[in-house]
Ligand binder design. Structure first.
Ligand code: SF4
Length: 328
Protein backbone atom coordinates (compact mmCIF):
# COMPACT_ATOMS: atom_id res chain seq x y z
CA UNK A 1 0.00 0.00 0.00
CA UNK A 2 1.35 3.48 -0.85
CA UNK A 3 2.35 5.53 2.20
CA UNK A 4 -0.16 8.21 3.15
CA UNK A 5 1.18 11.74 2.62
CA UNK A 6 1.43 13.65 5.90
CA UNK A 7 -1.10 16.47 6.08
CA UNK A 8 0.41 19.93 5.85
CA UNK A 9 -0.04 22.21 8.85
CA UNK A 10 -3.04 24.44 8.15
CA UNK A 11 -0.85 27.53 7.71
CA UNK A 12 1.25 25.84 5.05
CA UNK A 13 -1.89 24.63 3.30
CA UNK A 14 -3.27 28.20 3.40
CA UNK A 15 -0.22 29.49 1.54
CA UNK A 16 -0.15 26.60 -0.89
CA UNK A 17 -3.82 27.23 -1.70
CA UNK A 18 -3.33 30.99 -1.98
CA UNK A 19 -4.79 32.86 -4.95
CA UNK A 20 -2.22 33.16 -7.75
CA UNK A 21 -4.46 33.92 -10.71
CA UNK A 22 -5.48 37.58 -11.09
CA UNK A 23 -8.71 36.60 -12.88
CA UNK A 24 -9.70 34.36 -9.97
CA UNK A 25 -9.03 37.14 -7.47
CA UNK A 26 -11.33 39.48 -9.41
CA UNK A 27 -14.04 36.80 -9.52
CA UNK A 28 -13.78 36.20 -5.77
CA UNK A 29 -14.16 39.93 -5.17
CA UNK A 30 -17.10 40.21 -7.58
CA UNK A 31 -15.19 42.65 -9.75
CA UNK A 32 -15.40 42.94 -13.54
CA UNK A 33 -12.44 41.37 -15.42
CA UNK A 34 -11.23 44.86 -16.45
CA UNK A 35 -11.89 46.56 -13.08
CA UNK A 36 -8.19 47.18 -12.44
CA UNK A 37 -6.89 47.09 -16.01
CA UNK A 38 -4.55 44.38 -17.24
CA UNK A 39 -2.48 42.70 -14.51
CA UNK A 40 1.28 43.17 -14.81
CA UNK A 41 3.18 39.96 -15.49
CA UNK A 42 6.50 40.06 -13.64
CA UNK A 43 8.93 37.74 -11.87
CA UNK A 44 7.10 38.62 -8.65
CA UNK A 45 3.68 37.07 -9.26
CA UNK A 46 0.40 37.56 -7.46
CA UNK A 47 0.13 35.57 -4.23
CA UNK A 48 -2.52 36.18 -1.60
CA UNK A 49 -3.99 33.74 0.93
CA UNK A 50 -7.76 33.28 0.78
CA UNK A 51 -8.20 34.32 4.40
CA UNK A 52 -6.72 37.71 3.50
CA UNK A 53 -8.97 37.93 0.43
CA UNK A 54 -11.95 37.33 2.74
CA UNK A 55 -11.12 40.61 4.49
CA UNK A 56 -11.37 42.60 1.25
CA UNK A 57 -14.61 44.41 0.37
CA UNK A 58 -16.60 42.84 -2.44
CA UNK A 59 -17.10 45.01 -5.52
CA UNK A 60 -14.55 47.65 -4.48
CA UNK A 61 -11.53 48.01 -6.80
CA UNK A 62 -10.04 50.53 -4.36
CA UNK A 63 -10.10 48.21 -1.36
CA UNK A 64 -6.94 48.98 0.67
CA UNK A 65 -6.02 45.31 1.12
CA UNK A 66 -6.54 44.55 -2.57
CA UNK A 67 -4.32 47.48 -3.55
CA UNK A 68 -1.43 45.99 -1.57
CA UNK A 69 -1.45 42.77 -3.59
CA UNK A 70 -2.81 43.62 -7.04
CA UNK A 71 -0.12 43.82 -9.78
CA UNK A 72 -1.19 47.03 -11.51
CA UNK A 73 0.11 47.60 -15.03
CA UNK A 74 1.88 50.70 -13.61
CA UNK A 75 4.47 48.30 -12.17
CA UNK A 76 5.93 47.95 -15.64
CA UNK A 77 6.68 51.66 -16.01
CA UNK A 78 10.28 52.66 -15.51
CA UNK A 79 10.49 55.56 -13.10
CA UNK A 80 13.80 57.38 -12.53
CA UNK A 81 15.19 56.71 -9.05
CA UNK A 82 13.30 53.42 -8.61
CA UNK A 83 15.68 50.46 -8.67
CA UNK A 84 15.91 46.73 -7.92
CA UNK A 85 17.95 47.35 -4.75
CA UNK A 86 16.60 50.61 -3.30
CA UNK A 87 18.34 50.36 0.08
CA UNK A 88 21.56 49.04 -1.50
CA UNK A 89 21.78 46.04 0.76
CA UNK A 90 22.35 43.28 -1.78
CA UNK A 91 26.11 43.80 -1.77
CA UNK A 92 26.14 43.77 2.04
CA UNK A 93 24.86 40.23 2.48
CA UNK A 94 27.37 37.50 3.31
CA UNK A 95 26.13 33.93 3.78
CA UNK A 96 22.64 35.30 4.41
CA UNK A 97 23.79 37.74 7.07
CA UNK A 98 23.40 41.46 6.45
CA UNK A 99 25.34 43.85 8.62
CA UNK A 100 23.71 47.27 8.36
CA UNK A 101 23.24 48.55 11.89
CA UNK A 102 25.54 48.83 14.88
CA UNK A 103 25.04 46.05 17.46
CA UNK A 104 22.53 44.23 15.28
CA UNK A 105 22.73 41.82 12.38
CA UNK A 106 20.01 40.80 10.00
CA UNK A 107 19.69 37.16 9.06
CA UNK A 108 17.85 36.22 5.86
CA UNK A 109 16.07 33.21 7.34
CA UNK A 110 13.80 32.39 4.41
CA UNK A 111 13.12 33.66 0.91
CA UNK A 112 9.46 32.65 1.04
CA UNK A 113 6.48 34.84 1.96
CA UNK A 114 2.81 34.10 2.62
CA UNK A 115 1.79 37.06 0.47
CA UNK A 116 3.45 39.12 -2.24
CA UNK A 117 3.26 42.79 -1.29
CA UNK A 118 3.65 44.84 -4.43
CA UNK A 119 5.70 47.58 -2.72
CA UNK A 120 8.18 45.13 -1.12
CA UNK A 121 11.71 46.55 -1.19
CA UNK A 122 13.08 43.02 -1.46
CA UNK A 123 10.91 41.99 -4.39
CA UNK A 124 14.08 41.52 -6.44
CA UNK A 125 16.38 40.30 -3.65
CA UNK A 126 18.57 37.36 -4.81
CA UNK A 127 17.32 34.97 -2.13
CA UNK A 128 18.70 31.83 -3.73
CA UNK A 129 22.24 33.22 -3.35
CA UNK A 130 21.69 34.64 0.13
CA UNK A 131 19.95 32.16 2.36
CA UNK A 132 21.24 31.70 5.88
CA UNK A 133 19.39 28.37 6.16
CA UNK A 134 22.01 26.51 4.10
CA UNK A 135 23.98 23.75 5.87
CA UNK A 136 22.07 23.98 9.15
CA UNK A 137 22.81 27.72 9.47
CA UNK A 138 26.56 27.04 9.76
CA UNK A 139 27.89 29.65 7.29
CA UNK A 140 25.65 32.40 8.71
CA UNK A 141 26.53 31.53 12.30
CA UNK A 142 30.23 31.51 11.40
CA UNK A 143 29.81 35.04 10.00
CA UNK A 144 27.90 36.08 13.10
CA UNK A 145 30.70 34.78 15.34
CA UNK A 146 33.05 37.33 13.69
CA UNK A 147 30.83 40.21 14.83
CA UNK A 148 31.72 40.66 18.50
CA UNK A 149 29.52 43.64 19.22
CA UNK A 150 26.29 42.15 17.86
CA UNK A 151 23.75 41.45 20.63
CA UNK A 152 20.58 41.35 18.57
CA UNK A 153 19.77 39.26 15.55
CA UNK A 154 16.89 40.26 13.33
CA UNK A 155 15.27 37.35 11.52
CA UNK A 156 14.08 38.64 8.20
CA UNK A 157 13.43 37.41 4.70
CA UNK A 158 11.14 36.81 2.93
CA UNK A 159 9.23 35.91 6.06
CA UNK A 160 11.14 34.00 8.76
CA UNK A 161 7.92 32.35 9.96
CA UNK A 162 7.92 30.51 6.62
CA UNK A 163 10.33 28.18 8.44
CA UNK A 164 8.72 25.15 10.04
CA UNK A 165 8.53 25.21 13.82
CA UNK A 166 11.28 22.61 13.96
CA UNK A 167 13.64 24.68 11.78
CA UNK A 168 12.85 27.86 13.64
CA UNK A 169 13.40 26.09 16.96
CA UNK A 170 16.80 24.85 15.76
CA UNK A 171 17.80 28.35 14.76
CA UNK A 172 16.68 29.87 18.07
CA UNK A 173 18.60 27.17 19.95
CA UNK A 174 21.76 27.85 17.92
CA UNK A 175 21.45 31.58 18.56
CA UNK A 176 20.86 30.95 22.26
CA UNK A 177 24.29 29.23 22.33
CA UNK A 178 25.97 32.50 21.29
CA UNK A 179 26.32 35.82 23.09
CA UNK A 180 23.16 37.09 21.38
CA UNK A 181 20.66 38.48 23.89
CA UNK A 182 17.70 39.44 21.73
CA UNK A 183 16.12 37.96 18.66
CA UNK A 184 13.73 40.06 16.64
CA UNK A 185 11.36 38.46 14.16
CA UNK A 186 10.04 40.59 11.32
CA UNK A 187 6.92 38.89 10.04
CA UNK A 188 3.66 39.40 8.19
CA UNK A 189 2.49 35.81 8.79
CA UNK A 190 0.29 36.35 11.89
CA UNK A 191 -1.54 39.07 9.94
CA UNK A 192 -2.12 37.35 6.62
CA UNK A 193 -2.27 33.74 7.87
CA UNK A 194 -3.19 33.83 11.57
CA UNK A 195 -3.17 30.00 11.68
CA UNK A 196 0.63 30.36 11.69
CA UNK A 197 0.45 31.13 15.42
CA UNK A 198 0.03 27.48 16.33
CA UNK A 199 0.93 25.59 19.49
CA UNK A 200 4.24 24.43 18.00
CA UNK A 201 5.36 28.00 17.35
CA UNK A 202 4.35 29.13 20.83
CA UNK A 203 6.26 26.19 22.33
CA UNK A 204 9.46 27.18 20.48
CA UNK A 205 9.12 30.82 21.56
CA UNK A 206 8.47 29.85 25.17
CA UNK A 207 11.46 27.50 25.21
CA UNK A 208 14.02 30.10 24.14
CA UNK A 209 16.20 31.93 26.67
CA UNK A 210 16.46 34.86 24.26
CA UNK A 211 14.45 38.02 24.69
CA UNK A 212 12.11 37.83 21.74
CA UNK A 213 10.54 40.75 19.94
CA UNK A 214 8.08 40.27 17.08
CA UNK A 215 7.64 43.16 14.69
CA UNK A 216 4.52 42.64 12.61
CA UNK A 217 3.81 44.30 9.29
CA UNK A 218 0.28 45.70 9.03
CA UNK A 219 -0.78 48.63 6.88
CA UNK A 220 -4.52 48.95 7.39
CA UNK A 221 -7.00 48.34 10.23
CA UNK A 222 -9.08 46.02 8.00
CA UNK A 223 -6.22 43.50 8.10
CA UNK A 224 -6.88 42.92 11.80
CA UNK A 225 -10.03 40.80 12.01
CA UNK A 226 -11.16 38.61 14.92
CA UNK A 227 -9.01 35.61 13.89
CA UNK A 228 -5.90 37.83 13.74
CA UNK A 229 -6.76 39.42 17.10
CA UNK A 230 -6.97 36.03 18.75
CA UNK A 231 -3.71 34.87 17.13
CA UNK A 232 -1.98 38.02 18.40
CA UNK A 233 -3.35 37.51 21.91
CA UNK A 234 -1.73 34.05 21.94
CA UNK A 235 1.51 35.29 20.37
CA UNK A 236 1.97 38.11 22.88
CA UNK A 237 2.33 35.87 25.92
CA UNK A 238 5.82 34.41 25.27
CA UNK A 239 7.27 37.65 23.88
CA UNK A 240 9.17 40.56 25.38
CA UNK A 241 7.45 42.98 22.99
CA UNK A 242 4.96 42.90 20.13
CA UNK A 243 5.30 45.83 17.74
CA UNK A 244 4.13 46.80 14.28
CA UNK A 245 5.67 48.51 11.33
CA UNK A 246 3.76 49.88 8.37
CA UNK A 247 4.62 51.36 5.03
CA UNK A 248 2.89 54.61 4.08
CA UNK A 249 1.18 53.70 0.81
CA UNK A 250 -0.80 55.83 -1.61
CA UNK A 251 -4.34 54.49 -1.86
CA UNK A 252 -3.95 52.21 1.17
CA UNK A 253 -3.33 54.24 4.32
CA UNK A 254 -2.53 57.77 3.10
CA UNK A 255 -4.99 59.58 5.37
CA UNK A 256 -4.93 60.53 9.05
CA UNK A 257 -8.21 58.62 9.50
CA UNK A 258 -6.75 55.39 8.12
CA UNK A 259 -3.53 55.70 10.13
CA UNK A 260 -5.37 56.56 13.36
CA UNK A 261 -7.76 53.62 12.87
CA UNK A 262 -4.77 51.34 12.32
CA UNK A 263 -3.01 52.50 15.49
CA UNK A 264 -6.17 52.11 17.55
CA UNK A 265 -6.95 48.68 16.16
CA UNK A 266 -3.35 47.53 16.74
CA UNK A 267 -3.56 48.72 20.33
CA UNK A 268 -6.84 46.85 20.82
CA UNK A 269 -4.93 43.75 19.67
CA UNK A 270 -2.11 44.40 22.16
CA UNK A 271 0.36 45.72 19.57
CA UNK A 272 2.22 49.03 19.67
CA UNK A 273 2.85 50.97 16.44
CA UNK A 274 6.61 51.27 15.99
CA UNK A 275 7.61 52.51 12.55
CA UNK A 276 5.79 54.13 9.66
CA UNK A 277 8.15 53.79 6.70
CA UNK A 278 8.31 56.07 3.75
CA UNK A 279 8.26 53.94 0.62
CA UNK A 280 11.62 52.53 -0.43
CA UNK A 281 11.98 53.36 -4.13
CA UNK A 282 11.86 49.83 -5.48
CA UNK A 283 11.24 49.39 -9.20
CA UNK A 284 7.55 48.77 -9.89
CA UNK A 285 6.20 50.54 -6.79
CA UNK A 286 6.33 54.24 -7.71
CA UNK A 287 2.52 54.49 -7.77
CA UNK A 288 2.50 53.86 -3.99
CA UNK A 289 4.68 56.85 -3.14
CA UNK A 290 3.53 59.51 -0.67
CA UNK A 291 5.73 62.62 -0.61
CA UNK A 292 7.69 63.35 2.55
CA UNK A 293 5.90 66.65 3.25
CA UNK A 294 2.51 64.97 3.07
CA UNK A 295 3.78 62.14 5.32
CA UNK A 296 4.96 64.67 7.93
CA UNK A 297 1.61 66.42 7.82
CA UNK A 298 -0.21 63.09 8.35
CA UNK A 299 1.96 62.18 11.33
CA UNK A 300 1.41 65.68 12.74
CA UNK A 301 -2.34 65.04 12.56
CA UNK A 302 -1.85 61.70 14.32
CA UNK A 303 0.07 63.44 17.11
CA UNK A 304 -2.83 65.81 17.61
CA UNK A 305 -5.36 62.96 17.75
CA UNK A 306 -3.66 60.07 19.55
CA UNK A 307 -1.61 59.49 22.69
CA UNK A 308 2.11 59.49 21.93
CA UNK A 309 2.46 55.72 22.32
CA UNK A 310 0.09 55.22 19.38
CA UNK A 311 2.03 57.47 16.99
CA UNK A 312 4.57 55.48 14.95
CA UNK A 313 7.94 57.01 14.16
CA UNK A 314 8.08 58.19 10.56
CA UNK A 315 11.30 56.82 9.10
CA UNK A 316 13.22 56.54 5.90
CA UNK A 317 15.85 53.95 5.07
CA UNK A 318 18.90 55.74 3.70
CA UNK A 319 21.50 53.52 2.03
CA UNK A 320 24.78 53.49 3.96
CA UNK A 321 23.32 54.91 7.21
CA UNK A 322 23.87 52.92 10.42
CA UNK A 323 20.25 53.38 11.50
CA UNK A 324 16.95 54.42 9.99
CA UNK A 325 16.51 58.15 9.55
CA UNK A 326 13.68 59.55 11.65
CA UNK A 327 11.82 62.13 9.55
CA UNK A 328 10.57 64.95 11.73
S1 SF4 B 1 5.72 39.67 3.46
FE1 SF4 B 1 7.38 41.17 3.77
S2 SF4 B 1 9.15 40.33 2.64
FE2 SF4 B 1 7.29 39.27 1.90
S3 SF4 B 1 6.59 40.42 0.12
FE3 SF4 B 1 5.50 41.26 1.90
S4 SF4 B 1 6.79 42.97 2.58
FE4 SF4 B 1 8.07 41.69 1.25
Amino acid sequence: MAPTALALPSWQAAVRNGVRDPAELLRLLELAPDALGPAAVTAFPLLVPRGFVARMRRGDPNDPLLRQVWPLAAELERVPGYTADPVREQGLATQGLVRKYHGRALLIASGACPVHCRYCFRREFPYSAQLAARNDWEPALAELAKLDEVREVILSGGDPLSLSNRRLGELLARLADTSIETVRIHTRYPIVVPERVDEGLLLELRASRLRTVVVLHTNHANELDAAVASALAALRAPLTALLNQSVLLRGVNDSADALAALSERLFACGVLPYYLHLLDPVAGAAHFDVAEDEAKRLVGELRARLPGYLVPRLVRETPGQLSKTVVD
